[in-house]
Design a protein around this ligand. Sequence first.
Ligand code: ADP
Ligand code: MG
Ligand code: ZN
Length: 485
Amino acid sequence: MTTATTTDFEPVIGLEVHVQLKTRSKMFCGCAVKFGAPANSLTCPVCLGLPGALPMVNRQAVEFGMRVGLALNCQIAHRVKFDRKNYFYPDLPKGYQISQYDEPLCFDGELQLPISDAAGNPKVCRITRAHLEEDAGKSIHMESGTLVDLNRAGTPLIEIVGGPDLRSPEEAYVYLTTLKRNLSYLGVSDLSMEKGSLRCDANVSVRPRGQAKFGVRSEIKNLNSFRAVRAALEFEIRRHIRVIEGGGTLTQETRLWDEDKLETRSLRSKEEATDYRFFPEPDLGLYDVPRQWVEQVRASLPEMPEKRLLRFLHDYKLNRADAEWLVGDRAVADFYEACVRLYDHPKKVAPWVVTELGRELNERNAGIGDLRITPEAVIELIQLLEAGKLNNITAKEIFREMVHSGQGATVVAKRLNKLIEQDSGEVDRVIAEVLAEFRDAAVADLRAGKQAALGFLVGQAMRKLRGKANPKELGPKIEAAVRGS
Ligand code: ADP
Ligand code: MG
Ligand code: ZN
């Protein structure tokens, strides 16, 4: 046994997630919210911040923000108040961002994670607040210099601030996937990290295990994927521990993740709230949020994944891994339930959606909306299989073909000539052929009691029948034929 020579450090992580809300128009003006339009084509005096232009609050953005807050079990403020956050940056020509400072729209929520904490209880991460703000423009760095595209300026965002409750990079990763899963049920955002409609900053510190006080934290930016968040946190935790154990001191700072070098580097010391000189936005009034509106929005929320998971486990008796995978994507869970409505055998349907459809989605990195297969086609296929008209292998082949073509199971099975014929004449003829062909080899082995030879003969017959037979029936038939000959 060796004794530990170093202190055991515990990481403390809190994430800030920005989500672009896919409203038709921007947060404070009528310009369209659209990705990929010609640079600076979606701008007006308001989102350019020209003197004298007056902003107006987009009611749909407030409602989308409320949906997010309610889905995260937040309280909803009684009024909407905006503040100016003052800073200078080329993609923010106004010189300030309209945000919410001391009165966030949503606060005191929580997100349940599908993992346990150290004590074995379900892990919960607090949602400190979720507030509305406008996005800045985009700087495009070219060799010749930097260009600015202000199409994004004024796009509504909700910033979701998680409590400092996560204790490992893996927990942070689960938090993000769970948050994204839940938000996907709301239909308020594309949630694409690639397109920038979902962005994450990660705050991390370490402390000796058992110590109540938090350590000095750094905030990591420039994280382009959930994996990057996890990797950056792992790097940063090691760095903190190294500095502390080396007798150095950490300072609170903002650091950038370098995806190529797989390391963080200092960008600036962390700014304080006072640096921004927040003050109430003078061009906007206070807007009431009547409780009736809140309750209307709450009632319009779909069944959320935590609840849906329990229902899938209880009603359909699925195993937890399958049920979790299904509810992980609302469209996939909807597809599965549409199948079950057509054919009330949830456990028979599950592998076709989880394994077969799952593989197709994975291979194409696609959403279910990108595939042409329908619940009707899946059920038709399962019924052909149940009726003995297909075997497991050809059914899977046909499934893949249905995903490509969008055609029904019978149509595809006929086109590929895979339907098992009713009359067994062809089967008997092929068995006789195979027995003759392998009389001195596998057939002799089988007679001598080597059962493995049976599998070989079944495989040969299957091949000659181009898969149009059921191996469970072929086996006994071949055995009977061998004994009878
Ligand atoms: P700020 O106002 O500077 O943005 P907040 O208190 O709002 O700071 O916290 C921002 C994020 O940092 C939150 O997600 C929070 O959970 C996290 N956080 C705060 N303190 C720590 C800490 N010591 N270690 C790790 N994360 C922290
Ligand atoms: Mg912050
Ligand atoms: Zn505008």
